[in-house]
Design a binder for this molecule. Structure first.
Ligand code: MN
Length: 429
């Protein structure tokens, strides 16, 4: 397949995250005009409000044109996959056709001049636990004799997170305070977490809603998924260890979740689809409501993920961040479609702009572990950094950076931008 070029030169450079075939959506603060939604193209943003006002979307369904003039991407998400595909086709035409250049170029905003905002209002947020490697590694730390609980291979495990503390990449993360109890202590104490961790995850946004009481069949699940972003589920392991039984994570997780600002659509990810996770012999097959031929054949996504750490000392020394791990979304035991269908299987309604996290993406190998809890075995081993520093968990001043990209011979590489955050000291500590 020939790679179509854009007249936006920066979109044709080999290492850009945002070639013409990506066109992820996001919300941004225009340097002069206020808040808008737009698509990323090379190092620029095409302002969709301005594009609609200028008549560049004329001929498209009125609801699509109207949704481009909202402050968030929710309204476009709500219209479903066909609507966003129609818009995508129009934008590809406008950004590749040299004759449109003079009309569109004035509507571009340099990404470096815009502040990125959360893409949707995120009414609800759910986090899954879809990596069997992560679940087994973590289970082993807490229950050495019984690492993987018997429900894991039957039911996609998740918990309801908190939407209000989801922040966009670049926002500082305050170390949380909470109750912790050392193993040999008689009673818990309250104070700053001493085991702050990141979790490498991917988020997916709900597009078209299902009404309350109406499950989503697995074969239709992807028509309800709009697109993906990177997600850091910051976690305080000491708070988590003390509070998690019997109801699961609570304050150890809901103090902050960071997402990357650009939502990469399933249409852009089309060339990078792969079969669902191959279950080991002896594993149960997914139950019928979680099984579909199409999902088995193409339910996975070959999305490469990386975690980088830059400490305060590295910044002072002007040193590059250190890569801590690399993983791949295809290592998940459950596909996004299975997670979504399971979530709605009891009739729970999922709404446009809701966010679902995959859970920590860890692979089989030692260099593909998606959190420090696994890398340092709950602080029992030291992580060595290239400049001689060591870590058990995150320290104040540490910056965690996630990157993700899809690559395939014959196609332009597409990237997700970055999901980053610096840890700052706890308050009143
Ligand atoms: Mn998580």
């Amino acid at each position: 397949m020939a790679v179509i070029r854009s007249w936006v030169e920066s979109a044709n450079e080999g290492r850009t995250d945002f070639p013409l075939s990506n066109l992820p959506l996001g919300a941004f603060r225009h340097p002069d005009e206020g808040d808008r939604i737009g698509v990323a193209i090379g190092n620029q943003i095409l302002d969709l409000y301005a594009a609609a006002q200028a008549g560049l979307l004329s001929g498209l369904d009125k609801r699509i044109i109207e949704s481009c003039q909202h402050l968030w991407v929710d309204a476009l998400m709500a219209l479903g996959r066909e609507a966003s595909r129609t818009l995508r086709e129009r934008l590809m035409e406008l950004l590749s056709d040299e004759s449109s250049r003079s009309r569109i170029e004035p509507l571009l905003v340099r990404q470096s001049n815009a502040e990125m905002l959360l893409p949707t209002r995120i009414g609800d947020y759910t986090d899954f636990y879809a990596s069997v490697y992560h679940a087994t590694n973590v289970g082993r730390l807490f229950r050495p004799d019984n690492p993987l609980l018997p429900n894991y291979k039957y039911v996609p495990i998740g918990y309801h997170g908190r939407a209000s503390s989801i922040v966009v990449s670049g926002t500082e993360i305050q170390r949380p305070c909470g109750q912790t109890k050392a193993q040999d202590a008689a009673a818990p104490s309250f104070g700053p977490s001493r085991s702050l961790d990141y979790e490498l995850e991917v988020g997916f946004f709900v597009g078209r809603e299902n009404v309350l009481g109406q499950p989503i069949p697995i074969a239709e699940a992807e028509s309800h998924i709009f697109g993906l972003c990177l997600l850091n589920d910051w976690s305080a392991r000491d708070i988590q260890a003390w509070e998690y039984q019997p109801l699961g994570p609570f304050l150890a997780k809901n103090f902050a979740t960071t997402i990357s600002p650009w939502v990469v659509t399933l249409d852009a990810l089309e060339p990078f689809r792969v079969p669902a996770f191959e279950r080991q012999e002896g594993d149960p097959q997914p139950m019928p409501y979680l099984s579909a031929d199409e999902d088995r054949a193409r339910g996975g996504i070959d999305l490469k993920l990386e975690v980088w750490l830059r400490t305060k000392q590295m910044r002072a020394e002007n040193a590059e961040p250190a890569r801590l791990s690399r993983g791949n979304l295809r290592d998940l035991y459950w596909t996004p479609a299975q997670m979504l269908t399971h979530h709605a299987s009891n009739g729970c309604n999922l709404q446009p702009g809701d966010l679902l996290g995959t859970g920590t993406v860890s692979g089989r190998s030692a260099d593909s572990l998606g959190c420090l809890l696994e890398i340092t075995r709950r602080g029992a081993e030291l992580l060595q950094l290239p400049n001689g520093e060591t870590r058990k968990f995150l320290e104040d001043g540490d910056e965690v950076i996630f990157r993700g990209c899809c690559e395939r011979e014959g196609y332009a590489r597409i990237g997700f931008g970055e999901c980053r955050g610096v840890v700052k000291a706890a308050k009143n500590s």
